[in-house]
Ligand binder design. Sequence first.
Ligand SMILES: [Zn+2]
Length: 576
Amino acid sequence: MNLLPFDRLPAHAPRRFVPENVAWGDWSQIAPLFDRLEARAARCANAGELERWLLDWSELSAALDEESSRRYIAMTCHTDNADAEQAHLHFVEKIEPHLKPRQFRLELIYLAHPLRVSLSEERYGVFARNTKVHVQLYRDANVPLETEEARLSQQYQKLTGSLTVQFRGEEKTLTQMVRYLEEPDRALRQQAWELAANRRLQEAGKFEQIFDQLLALRQQISKNAGFANYRDYAFRARCRFDYTPEDCLKFHDAVEREVLPALLDLQAERRRRLTLARLRPWDLAVDPLNRPPLRPFEQVESLVSNTNRIFDRLDGELAGGFKTLHDLRLLDLANRKGKAPGGYQSTLAEARLPFIFMNAVGVQRDVETILHEAGHAFHALATRDEDLHAYRHAPFEFCEVASMTMELLGNQFLETFYSPPDARRARRDHLEGILEVFPWIATVDAFQHWLYTHPGHSPPDRTAAWLGLMNRFGGEVDWSGCERARAHLWHRQLHIFLHPFYYVEYGIAQLGALQIWANAKRDPARALADYKRALALGGSRPLPELFSTAGCRFDFSAETVKPLIELVRQELAEPN
Ligand SMILES: [Zn+2]
C-alpha cells in the first residue's frame, strides 16, 4: 500500500552507479555498494576519476537519503499506521546504524586520498571542511545512542500527534484548536486555550521523561566525542564555523535591548485596544480591534491556487516550480487526525524534488506557512543541477533565509487571498509576529544553552531556568491560575526535543530576510535576482558568502538588529 501522497516521481537522471532494484530495507543489498566504492577509491588514477568516484558516492547517498525521507513522510502523514511507523523504525534501527560506519570509512578514504590535493579548492573546499568535522566527531559508540535518540524523537512526535480534546461535541486535534484563539469571544478563547493546555499538561510527566532520556543520551554522545558538554559538541556537529556560543548569548542580549521594548509596546497597545486590564495567555492571537479572524480560505485547493497566483506576480520561474509540486502531488497540506503536527519541507534527494507537509486549517498562519515552506522548496529546486549531493542543501542559517524571505516578499501580494484592507491587516500581523518571535527565539535558544551546560540538573531546576527566561523575554502577560502551563510551555517546542540547538538559526535568518526585504523595497528586481543566485549556490559556499550573494550581511549583533527592528516599527507606524 502506498502511504505517500505522491506516486512515481520522474527521475532527475538515470542512475550510473546504484543498481535499479535495490531493496533499501535489506542491508545485505546495500553493503556491496559500499564495498565497491571502497575498492575503487584505491584504483583512482587521476583527479577526474576521483571526482567520478565522489559523484557515485553522492548518488548512493542521495538514494539512501531519499529512502529515509520517504519513510519519514509516510510516517508523519499516518502517525496512526503501524506499518508506516514500522518501516521508518526499521530504517532507523536496522539500516542507519550500518550506514554510519560505512559513510565514515568513505570520508576517511576521501580525506586521506593522495589525489585529493589535486582537486579544486574552490570547488571542494567546503565539502572537505565539513567532511573533516564528521570524521573528527564520529565514534562507533555513538551510533546506537543516536538510534535511541531517533526512537525517542519519534515517541515525542507520536505523543503530540495523538493529543485531542472534545470541543463543542467534536474531537479536535490541538492544531485544530489553535484557530479558536483568534475568536473575538473571550470566554470561548479561554475555554479553547485551557482545554488544549490542560490536555498537554496531562502528559507533562511523559514529556519530561522523554526529555530526560534525550538529555542523558546527548551528554553521553558529546562525552564520547571528547567534548566537555553537549553544547560545544552541537556547535561543532552543526558546522558552526562562523559564530560561537558567546555570539548567541550576545544575540539574546541584543534581543532584550532592541526588540523587547517593541514587544512591550505592542502588548500595551493590544491591551488598550481590547480594553483589558491585563493580557491573559488567550488574548495574544485575537485581533486587537476584535475583528473576526481572517479566513483566507476554506478548502486547501484555494490555498494552493491563490498561493500560485502570488508566485505568478512575483516571478515566473518560482511560479512554475510551485505548479510542478502541485502537479506531482508533492503538497500534503490539509490537517487531519493522525498527521504529525507542524509543517516541514523535505527533499527527495534522488529525484531532486521537494515535498511540503503542513496542517492547514484555514487561518492566516497557514498562508505564512505555505509561503515559508515554498521558500525551502524553491531552494531545493534551485540546486537541482548540482551533482554533489552534499551541496544540494545549504547550512540551516541560510535555508531559513530562503523561506523567511519568501514570507516577506510573498506577503506583498496577499490581495490574492483578501480584500485590500484585510491584506494590509495580514501584513501587519506578520510584521508584529516577527517582532514577537525574536524574544521567543532568544528564550528557546537560551534555554537550550542552559540545559546542556548544567549537567545533572533536575526537572525542578529546569523549570526554574525556563521561568527565569519567561520572565526575561515573555513581556507582560498575566499567567495567574495558569502557572503550570507556563512552567511547561517548552513542551510544545518540537525543536527542543527533535533538533537540539536548531532554533537560533531562525533569528539569524530572519535578520537576513529582513535585509533582503529592505533591498526589495529599493530595487525589487535586483533583490529577487540576488536571492535566486544565492539559493542556486546550495551549500557549496561558506555561510557569509551565501548571505553576501543574497545581498545581506551575515551578522546578528545589536548593530544589525537595531536598524531592522526600527524599519519594521516604521512600517507598522504607517497608517492603514
Ligand atoms: Zn523553515
